[in-house]
Design a protein around this ligand. Sequence first.
Ligand code: PA5
Ligand code: NI
Length: 190
Amino acid sequence: MMTPMIPPILNFATGNLGGAELVEKSTTLADLQGLFADPHAEAVLSPDTQLYRVAMLPGNGGEGDLNMGVTYLEAGRVGQEFFMTRGHIHARAEQAEYYFGLCGRGLLLLQDMAGVCLLEQVFPGSVHHIPGHVAHRLVNTGETLLSALAVWPAIAGHDYNAMGECGFAVRVLAGEDGMPHLVTSDQQGM
Ligand code: PA5
Ligand code: NI
């Protein structure tokens, strides 16, 4: 009798992915230099500060295959601005993606090719369809680690330059009460 194999395991309560050899990528503040609005606040922090890491199951990368990975985004701020991922549009821009909130609280910032932004709340159990041609970025607005599962076509790729100099039209800053509020590029003079 064939013994069923134990597949990789995602702990939905903690966001921990295990049981497989993972491909891991860590992103520090230095990697995102100049992305946050306040350069003085950025200078106060160590460039080695880890903002997030992504743990991925290795895929074969071929046409028709799917990638899956979990993003672990630390809680914290650069000045008033909440920690966030770099954000990207897919190199094959028409390719869509799903995000699923696992633990922590945050926002998913979506921006279409016309520069129109949409925000969705991310929380344990939240489901996010990211259509093709839509740039996406996670923002941790909570006080604990934010983790989210992503599933996307292996051929999609990541384009970190397509957004151009202006980047996303909306930033998420903490108000005086510590709660997130949105600032548009017009308000920031970006
Ligand atoms: O594929 C995705 O959209 C995610 O796995 C992201 O790559 C991850 O959240 C890290 O963000 P970024 O690629 O913008 O640095
Ligand atoms: Ni993506």
